[in-house]
Unconditional design. Sequence first.
Length: 238
Amino acid sequence: MDWLWNLLDPTWWLTILGAFATIGVLAIIFAETGLLLGFFLPGDSLLVAAGIFSSASVAAGMGIEPLSFPMLLIGTPLCAIAGAQLGHFLGARFGRKLFDKPDSRLFKKEHVLRAEVFFEKFGPAKAVILARFVPIVRTFMNPVAGVLEMSSKRFFIWNVVGGIVWVEGLLLLGHFLGGQVDPKQIDKYILPGVFVIVLISLIPIFVEAIKHRREAKKLPVPNGKHHRIPSSSTDTQY
C-alpha cells in the first residue's frame, strides 16, 4: 500500500518530479479535473504544497528546485479550467454510457452518484463552483454536468469562476505558509496543514447544505412525499 500513499502525498510528487515539478503540477491538475481516472491524484494538497515549495528557502531545505510561482499562478487555473471543460465535453458527447463500466479498484459508480446528488442538491451553478473544493466530486462533477445537459456556455462561466477561486486561493495560501515556517521542519507541518486547509475548504459546502435543508423544510410536502430537485438542468437561473 506504500505506492498508494505515495500517490496521495504531494511532497512525493514534487520530489520525484524534480526540475519538472512545475510542469508536473500543471499536468496533474489537468488530469485530476479532466480525466475520470485522475480522481485519485492529489488536488487541494498538491496546490498548497506547490505554493509552499515555490519558496526558495523551503525548496532548498527539501533538496529540490523551487517551483515557478508566476507560472503556477497563470498555468494551474488554465489547466484546471481546461480539464473541467474536457470532462464536461466527454459527458455531453458520450452521455450516460461514459459511466457504464464495472466497478474496479479505481472506478466506483458511487463516485458518479455522489456527483449527481451534489448537482441536484445545489443546482448547476453552485455545484460546479463548490465541487472544486470536494475531492472525487471535483472530478466527476464535470462529466455529470455534461450528461445532465448543462450548456457549454453556462458551464464555462461557472467553471472559470470556480477554477480561479480554488486554484489561486490554495496557491497563495501555500506560498504565504512557505514564508512563515522553518524550512528545516516543513515536512512536519505540511501534511497536517494541508488536512486543516481541506477541512476549511469544506466549510462552504456545509453552510450550503444547512441552508438547503432549512429551505427544503419550508416547502410544502404534498401526499407525504419529500420535495426532490429534478435531475435535469432545464431551469434557466444561474
